[in-house]
Write a protein that binds this ligand. Structure first.
Ligand SMILES: Nc1nc2c(ncn2[C@@H]2O[C@H](COP(=O)(O)OP(=O)(O)OP(=O)(O)O)[C@@H](O)[C@H]2O)c(=O)[nH]1
Length: 458
């Protein structure tokens, strides 16, 4: 090749090229080399010829490491003095505004029995920047993973863990851990349904195999100390630019203590609810008992007054009729004496049942005490009340109490009255009905008498 052509070629080449003599002094440099050395402040004139190669390598960073100059100097001197034919390294040359990265290749050669070195720089700044950004991103990711309170695992396409964070390690600490290929046989992890997790059911493997996204699957893991942990397990497939699954990212959250607290809370809630329910039942039983006569199941005297007082107020206010009747079992002492107290009780229940059949839902039927019953009949005048009383009396007289193959005949006397304009209280009505009852007894029993009639008779 003619020398001029070789010169023209070296001048046109964008790569930096220099030739050093055997002591490392630049004896040839192409324009690209000189331009770079000048622009980067390594030389002040237009030419590098005569400069020591080492002095042109100020601020050198070898192979991306922050290797200091003495380290490089030593490497350079060894190469210079040794017999190696090629020296390759990446270096960074800092200029005022930026850092240029080169891939350097230095070849030893001989020319006219003298030793020389051909230095060739290839600019790899772009590639290095990308690499550096990648490294920075990875470092950032590590930092984030380190401080994240949830466990994060990154798996490759084979299901091998390539990255994990301290929170993740803490979650699985003490767990009966197995190798991925043993997942299928392992019974130490199971879903919250109680089903052991099989290899292909594991959220991570579904993410890798099918690209499936699983969010917050609740799983239980068994630890060597016998305890259990409850973990929320999520898995997302990692995809490349073509959408092909390259691995998975798994996120774990230990919710054992939260779950325990929830369980305690719901247990406490159901205990409180059942205690409340029981209390309600006791209360309503108590309330019923407080209103009811135990023997006959009718209202007791207190309840009679509570209900009838309201009927009395309504009758007074709207001037509507209201009647009251007092019923007394005739010669009841004899029933007790002849058949015993127990039969006496049955007789009372028998009469209560008969009376119950004759009253309306709006009437108040109560056991007034001992062998006495009382009925308040709203919207009923004394004539109609007498009619009701007669029906009860006749039913009692014609329906004997059958007990132990005995038939016990019973009768009642009834005193009836209705509300008068002149009445000042409910009690006044009851006293009048009692007077009529007394009169019915005196008149021979098994009778119903109106207070108004009995007053006339007296
Ligand atoms: N078996 C039973 N007897 C009762 C009950 N309450 C009151 N007696 C009885 O009822 C009887 C009422 O008797 P008396 O007041 O003398 O009147 P009587 O025998 O019914 O006679 P007259 O009312 O005059 O027809 C008493 O012997 C009481 O002991 C009860 O709950 N059960």
């Amino acid at each position: 090749m003619p020398l001029e052509l070789a010169e023209a070629l070296l001048t046109a080449l964008p790569s930096q090229i220099a030739v050093l003599d055997e002591s490392g002094i630049v004896c040839y440099a192409n324009p690209a080399w000189n331009r770079f050395m000048r622009e980067s402040g390594r030389i002040s004139t237009d030419s590098s010829i005569g400069s020591r190669y080492l002095s042109l390598c100020a601020d050198v960073l070898l192979n991306g490491d922050q290797q200091e100059k003495p380290g490089f100097e030593q490497q350079w001197q060894t190469f210079l003095a040794g017999s190696d034919l090629v020296l390759r390294f990446d270096l960074a040359c800092r200029t005022a505004s930026t850092t240029h990265w080169f891939s350097a290749q230095i070849n030893r050669f001989q020319y006219q029995e003298k030793r020389y070195f051909l230095v060739l720089y290839e600019n790899i700044s772009e590639r290095k920047q990308t690499e550096l950004q990648h490294i920075l991103a990875e470092r950032l990711l590590h930092k984030v993973l380190e401080v994240l309170p949830v466990g994060v695992w990154i798996m490759d396409q084979q299901g091998q863990i390539v990255e994990g964070n301290p929170a993740g390690i803490a979650i699985w600490a003490g767990a009966r851990f197995v190798k991925p290929e043993q997942f299928g046989e392992y019974k130490g992890w199971w879903l919250d349904t109680g089903k052991p997790i099989q290899a292909d059911e594991w959220a991570a493997s579904r993410a890798i195999r099918n690209g499936e996204v699983s969010i917050d699957e609740e799983i239980r893991i068994q630890c060597f100390d016998g305890s259990e942990k409850i973990i929320l397990n999520s898995a997302l497939p990692l995809l490349d630019s073509k959408g092909v699954v390259t691995g998975a990212i798994i996120v774990n959250q230990d919710i054992t203590s939260r779950k325990l607290a929830e369980q305690h809370l719901s247990q406490a809630k159901s205990e409180i609810e059942s205690a409340h329910h029981e209390l309600q039942q006791v209360l309503s039983r108590e309330q019923k008992m407080a209103r009811t006569d135990e023997l006959t199941g009718l209202c007791n005297r207190r309840q009679f007054f509570a209900l009838t007082q309201q009927l009395y107020e309504v009758a007074r206010r709207y001037q509507t009729p209201l009647s009251v009747m007092l019923i007394d079992v005739d010669r009841f002492k004899q029933v007790n004496d002849l058949h015993g107290h127990l039969v006496g009780d049955k007789a009372l229940v028998h009469i209560a049942d008969i009376a119950r059949k004759q009253v309306r839902a709006s009437d108040v039927l109560a056991r007034y005490g001992g062998e006495e019953f009382i009925i308040a009949l709203p919207n009923t005048d004394s004539e109609k009340a007498l009619h009701v009383a007669e029906q009860i009396r006749v039913d009692v007289a014609t329906t004997p109490l059958v007990f132990d193959q005995q038939s016990i005949r019973l009768s009642i006397s009834v005193g009836i009255t209705e509300w008068h304009q002149s009445d000042s209280s409910l009690m006044q009505m009851i006293t009048r009905a009692d007077g009529a009852l007394y009169a019915a007894k005196r008149a021979g029993r098994n009778k119903c008498l109106l207070a108004e009639q009995s007053a006339d008779e007296n």
